[in-house]
Design a protein around this ligand. Structure first.
Ligand code: FAD
Ligand code: SIN
Length: 522
């Protein structure tokens, strides 16, 4: 089936929905989302969204904190623009119906503090901020007459000149996007969506790793699509590992213990109940995430243990139960009373700082193709994202992309000569084990060789192993009817390849990229 829409949005998290709500005043919007509309990293965000809302804080301080966390390689102009725009974007979220907690008097936002922040500046809704943001935006989008949300529609590839029979390489000037091919997961039919403007808001790629806080939908689809379309990608070596996911090995994704808990006074301890962060950084448990995750990784390796502890007991029973109700209930459900017991934790893959390279307007190197949210790389995060800057980046860039797309859309027509997807001669692959086992292998390779601490030998090993997996999976792809699991596996392999390639090219330890064979910058 063929469809024509003015604005095509792939993804229904904070980035996709914010963009859709803005452009909907100027044309028809179709949102494709591969699962239920509410599913994505956004709904799991706990800590909140960073913004300077009052005079007690300053833009300069937030800018400085972001630059320090980014380890000297952020794009300063992007940092300044994003942080100065933040209050306006927060006010818009509130207008769309999102509730943030207020202080006791009820006239100001209640602000939390997280690692790397010099001030209390995290707006939040208890410890389930993302759920509240997703609820508010989704309700607003669902009630907009110009927005259609199509669930269980899996975008496979963006359509470019390549699909018109032209040879496209990464050196081809003027690659254009005409829309996407998408698999209807219920009927297995592949539809052609032609669009004047397309936005990728497909989220992260945490499932490249065996332990991740990200939901199962985070398989790097947008990044892999742009890679296949020969677009520009950047900074993928900077995978952020969150220091404190709940140690509950059978659970996927790993449940997050928000950094805001350390902001409220919780401290990291080893298995003997002793604090250890003084060995690593003067900011102790509130040092930036890369430093804390590496410290935990080192302590775990030295002691040979699978987990360490976060001790939140000092926060006090009332504050813990009222301020962190989701975490309190979750831990209690597995027999841990956080008001009395220490919480077993370990690091987990959490956030991809790199992605589809976009300019200040949110446009990628492929014309008429925008990207926003975690799948994009704006230059804000540099080598390491500051906590709670990612929801912020998503709303700021969704706004910038929307403003530009509204201008561009008037001059873009549909490319009606695009052919439909050709699935002739393909057979249905019935051996799911080929896909599930390969995915597991990939995730273990990445966790063991391309994790928090890397080395030249580990990266080489990962690359060699990945090569075999890549060839086997391409062979399967060339023979099989396309399914969602197969497509996701190909995308994960592409993302893993890109992470390794960029990690090998980075010859200095910076931000989240840390190799035993490299020196630290002066
Ligand atoms: P997502 O919310 O992940 O949405 C991606 C969307 O794309 C989904 O709708 C998905 O179905 C769709 N999609 C993907 N691929 C396809 C495809 N092929 N076809 C169709 N649809 C597709 N950041 C903060 O700033 N503050 C926090 O407190 C915070 N806490 C976090 C806690 C957790 C547990 C996690 C995992 C992340 C947290 N982050 C936080 C990071 C932040 O939540 C994410 O970076 C952000 O929500 C990403 O939003 P997004 O719109 O880019 O993507
Ligand atoms: C957290 O709540 O610790 C996560 C915040 C983030 O990822 O920015």
């Amino acid at each position: 089936m063929r469809h024509e829409v003015d604005f095509l949005v792939v993804g229904s998290g904070i980035a996709g929905l914010s963009f859709a709500l803005k452009v909907a005043e100027y044309g028809k919007v179709c949102i494709l989302t591969k699962g239920d509309a509410a599913e994505g990293s956004t709904r799991y965000a706990q800590g909140g969204i960073a913004a300077v809302m009052y005079d007690s804080d300053s833009f300069d301080k937030h800018i400085q904190d972001t630059l320090v966390a980014g380890d000297g390689i952020c794009d300063r102009e992007v940092v300044e623009m994003t942080i100065r725009e933040a209050p306006e974007r927060i006010r818009e979220l509130v207008k769309y119906g999102v509730n943030f907690d207020l202080d006791r008097k009820g006239d100001k936002f209640d602000l939390h503090r997280e690692g790397g922040h010099s001030e209390f500046r995290i707006l939040h809704h208890k410890d389930n901020t993302g759920e509240e943001i997703e609820r508010g935006l989704l309700e607003a989008a669902r009630s907009h007459p110009n927005i259609t949300i199509k669930e269980r529609q899996f975008a496979i590839d963006i359509i470019t000149q390549h699909h018109l029979g032209q040879r496209v390489t990464k050196h081809t000037p003027g690659i254009e996007c005409y829309g996407v091919y998408a698999l209807d997961c219920d009927t297995n039919r592949i539809d052609t969506y032609l669009a004047r403007v397309t936005l990728l808001a497909t989220g992260g790629m945490g499932n490249v790793y065996s332990t991740t806080t990200t939901p199962v939908i985070s398989t790097g689809d947008g990044v892999a699509m742009v890679h296949r379309a020969r677009g520009v990608l950047s900074d993928l070596e900077f995978m952020q590992f969150h220091p404190t996911s709940l140690y509950n090995p059978a659970e996927k994704p790993a449940f997050l213990i928000t950094e805001a808990m350390r902001g409220a006074g919780a401290v990291l301890k080893d298995r003997d109940g002793k604090e250890f962060m003084q060995k690593y950084d003067s900011r102790l448990s509130l040092a930036p995430r890369d430093i804390v995750a590496r410290a935990i990784d080192n302590e775990m390796k030295l002691s040979g243990k699978d987990y360490l502890y976060l001790d939140a007991r000092g926060i006090g029973k009332k504050h813990l139960i009222e301020g962190f109700p989701t975490i309190y209930a979750k831990c209690l459900s597995i027999g841990i009373d956080i008001t009395r017991d220490m919480i077993p934790i370990r690091p987990a893959a959490h956030y991809q700082c790199g992605g589809i390279k976009v300019d200040r307007r949110g446009e990628s190197s492929i014309r008429h193709l925008y990207a926003a949210g975690e799948c994009s790389c704006t230059g804000l995060h540099g080598g390491n994202r500051l906590a709670s800057n990612s929801l912020l980046e998503a709303v700021v860039y969704a706004h910038n992309a929307a403003m530009d797309a509204i201008e561009q859309v008037k001059h873009i027509s549909f490319k009606t000569e695009v052919p439909d997807w050709n699935a002739e001669g393909m057979v249905l692959n019935e051996e799911m084990v080929l896909i599930t086992q390969t995915k597991r292998e990939l995730q273990e390779i990445m966790w063991n060789y391309v994790g928090i601490v890397r080395s030249d030998l580990r990266l080489q090993r990962a690359f060699d192993r990945l090569n075999l997996i890549f060839r086997e999976t391409e062979d399967l792809y060339n023979r099989s009817v396309l399914t969602e699991p197969l497509s996701e596996l190909r995308n994960l392999i592409a993302c893993a390849y890109l992470i390794i390639k960029m990690a090998r090219a980075r010859r200095q330890n910076v931000g989240l990229h840390y190799s035993l064979d490299l020196v630290n910058p002066e």
